[in-house]
Write a protein that binds this ligand. Structure first.
Ligand code: FE2
Ligand code: FE2
Length: 406
């Protein structure tokens, strides 16, 4: 939804009072306090990290606010998520995030964000109701979509938003949402209202971290504006017959590369994910899943794999050898059927072989002529992926048989 329409659609959005203070007291100059008017809600309420028992909702506010989420199901059940882990009503002066728990699997809800000024001002806004469905780990089917490498290209995001279905179980936004985070002000519009579009409407989003999402002096604030199921950049979930593992491939050069300014610590994160992979894939719902899929921003395989790169002379990874070295054995043991990535800005479909028994599918780049929409579905017969350009031309198709009967 475009920004203007979003503001027009706010329900109960009237500002009930303002308390701006200007001028002087006792003749002394006072700091000019911005007037407390205008909408409290700055972005749509982004639906992120859906689970079988809930979801997390993240949105931006104009100034200090309290916020909560109200939900209703078709059978008339109502609820309110209005507490953070420390017993506060969720609050923020830029971002409010609310984790909703206690919902039923595979159930449709309508949900909205509500905010009240937290600074003595009598203002309250109720965001529009929006629909979503909790994940269903035992469903017979699932549908999903994948974006990657949007890099703040508003035209591309607008077109993707237009052509992407809004009745899918989830969307994977597979990294590189941005160019480097040189300005803090870029974070909120890029992550919560990209291209002025309400991208999570009808498709709650899982974000995987791309290397550009980690770059720049303000990148450390990305986690304040996104939600993942467990608060980490690697996670796993079931949607119907498909088990999904999302991983953080880190940067495309070693951590000590001077361009990272001492801010990268991905070697440790890759090792931690290797250990976690061994544990999560042993859990029955993942170990026994009919379909097994990995999403990660940097591919784990590429069409040409140079044995070594001159990182000090401008080279960078097209595929993450550092990640693959850590994760390959666990991925093979699990029975990973396909790894879906972006990063190269050039699509690819690399077949499985004896050494690498998982297919590698790679989406396109940020320019409209390079961008792709990957759509996927799974049912009793097959797990299918179709990669199309923005005009709808099919670039790659691949499908997999279930590893276990459904
Ligand atoms: Fe990229
Ligand atoms: Fe990338």
């Amino acid at each position: 939804m475009k920004r203007r329409r979003f503001l027009e659609k706010l329900a109960g959005g009237a500002v009930l009072g303002t308390a701006g203070t200007l001028g002087t007291a006792e003749g002394k100059p006072q700091p000019v306090i911005p007037p407390l008017d205008g909408p409290l809600l700055k972005t749509p309420a982004a639906l992120m990290a859906p689970r079988a028992d809930g979801i997390e909702v993240v949105w931006a506010v104009d100034r200090l606010c309290r916020g909560w989420v109200e939900w209703q199901s078709a059978d008339g059940t109502k609820g309110k998520a209005a507490a953070d882990p420390f017993g506060f009503v969720p609050q923020g002066d830029q971002i409010i995030r609310v984790r909703v728990d206690g919902l039923k699997p595979g159930t449709e809800y309508r949900i909205r964000a509500v905010v009240e000024s937290g600074d003595g001002q009598a203002a309250r806004e109720e965001g529009p109701w929006r629909k979503f469905r909790t994940l269903d780990p035992v469903a017979k089917t699932t549908r999903f979509v994948v974006w990657n490498d949007t890099h703040q290209w508003a035209d591309t995001i607008g077109k993707l938003h237009e052509i992407t279905p809004t009745d899918t179980d989830f969307m994977i936004w597979n990294g590189d949402t941005c160019n480097d985070w040189h300005e803090e002000a870029w974070l909120t519009p890029t992550l919560l209202h990209p291209g002025g579009c309400d991208v999570t409407a009808g498709r709650p989003v899982f974000l995987t971290m791309g290397n550009h999402d980690t770059r720049g002096k303000w990148a450390f604030k990305v986690p304040e504006r996104i939600a993942t199921p467990d608060g980490r950049p690697f996670y796993a979930f079931r949607s119907g017959p498909m088990a999904v593992i999302c991983l953080h491939t880190g940067e495309d050069k070693p951590d000590d590369h001077p361009s990272f300014g001492g801010r990268a610590a991905f070697e440790m994160l890759r090792r931690e994910q290797a250990e976690w992979l061994g544990n999560v894939t042993a859990r029955p719902e993942f170990r026994d899943a009919p379909y097994r899929v990995v999403f990660c921003h940097i591919p784990l395989r590429w069409t040409k794999e140079a044995p070594a790169l001159a990182y000090d002379k401008g080279a960078y990874d097209a595929f993450s050898r550092a990640s693959r070295t850590q994760w390959h054995d666990a991925l093979v043991k699990w029975g990973t059927q396909v790894v879906v990535s972006g990063h190269t800005h050039s699509t690819a479909l690399i077949a499985a072989n004896g050494e690498f028994p998982y297919v590698q599918l790679v989406g396109g780049g940020p320019q409209p002529e390079k961008a792709t929409l990957i759509s996927g579905s799974a049912d009793a017969k097959a797990l299918k992926f179709t990669c199309r350009d923005l005009a709808g031309k099919v670039l790659h198709e691949v499908e997999f048989k279930p590893l276990r009967p459904i």
